[in-house]
Design a protein around this ligand. Sequence first.
Ligand code: SAM
Ligand code: SF4
Ligand code: SF4
Length: 347
Amino acid sequence: MAARIPLRVDHGLPRDRRARVLSDLRISVIDRCNYRCPYCMPEDDYPRDHKFLSKANRLRFEEIERLARLFANLGVRKLRLTGGEPLLRRELPELVRQLSAIEGIDDIAMTTNGSLLPASVNALRDAGLDRITLSVDSLHETTYRELSGGRGEVAEVFAAIGAATAAGFASLKLNCVVMRDINDGQVLDMVEHFRGTGHVLRFIEYMDVGTCNEWNQDRVVPSAELRERIGARWPIRPLPANYGGEVAQRWSFVDGSGEIGFISSVSEPFCGDCTRARLSADGRLYTCLFADHGHDLLGPLRAGASDADLSQLITAIWTARDDRYSEIRGAAGSNSRERVEMYEIGG
Ligand code: SAM
Ligand code: SF4
Ligand code: SF4
C-alpha cells in the first residue's frame, strides 16, 4: 500500500456556523448503479432507460484529484468513494492511486454493493485503498433480491466478502439498512452470522433521503429497539468513538466476539459533530445529506479557476453552512421539501 503522509497540526481551518471543521469528504464518482434498492433508487423511478449523467458532465479523475487536494489543504483527512455504484467506474484503482498520494489524506475508504468487487479488489488494495464498506441488507436470498430491486444475489455478497478478505481487508464494515416488516426480522440471524468474524455489522436506520423512496416513519426501526433485541441474546456494551464525528455508535459483545455498530440518524441525530461534505459526480458540493441543492465546483473549475479561487469558493460554502437536518426533522414542512437523492451523493 502507498505510504501515508502524517497529519499536520490543524491551525486556522475553516469552520461552519456551528464551529464544525471539514474533515471528511465523500466523493460520488458516478450516479449510475447496477442495483435498484427500493429505499434509494426505486425501479419505477429509475427504469433501464433513465438518463444519468453523460461522461462529459461527470468529474474526470484528474478533476477529482485536484479538488480532493484542495479539500485536504482545508482540513479534510478522510476520503470515501461512493456512488451510485463506484465500481462502475472501471479505472477506479487509478483514482485511488492518485488520491493516496495527496498530502494530508490519511484514510481512503469505499462504499460498494460488492457485486463487482472481486475483479478489482487486489488492484484497489495495491493502489492504496484502506477500507471497504459493503452493503448487505439481508442474508436471505429472496429478501436480498427484493432489496436490490431484483438485480443482486446474496451469493455475490459472499463472493465479495471472500475476495476482500483474501486481498487483506481483514475487517470490513457491513452496512444493513433496516426496514420494519421487510428485513428487521432477520437482524439476529445476521448478527449470529457475522459475530466473531472480525467484520463489523452496522445497522442503519432507514432515512428519508431523497424524494422517491416513499419514506415512512413506521418503517424505521430505532437502534435502541435493535440493541435491546440483540443484547437480550448476546450481551453488548457501548464502546467509545474511534474519533470525533464518527457516524456509527460502536458496541461490543461482552463475550469478546467483536463489535457491531448503529447508525441512528433518525432516532439519535448526530448533526452537532457532522464534519462531512459530499461531492457529487457532476462536481457539486453538498454540505448535508438532506440538502436541497449543491454548489457547483465543476463550472468554475472548467472555466479556468485557479487553486486559490476554488479554495476560496469551498471555504465560503463551508463557513456559511448551518445544516442540522436530522435534528430538526419533522419540523413543519421539512419532510416535503426538495432533497438531493442518495445515489447522487452516495450517503
Ligand atoms: N452503491 C453503493 C452501496 O450501496 O454500498 C454505494 C452508494 S449507497 C447510496 C451508500 C449507502 O447508502 C449504502 O450502504 C446504502 O445502504 C445507504 N442508503 C441508501 N439509501 C438509504 C436510505 N434511504 N436510508 C439509509 N441508508 C441508505
Ligand atoms: Fe445502488 Fe447503493 Fe443505491 Fe442500492 S443503495 S441503489 S446499490 S447506490
Ligand atoms: Fe450532517 Fe446533515 Fe446528516 Fe446532520 S443531517 S448529520 S448535518 S449530513
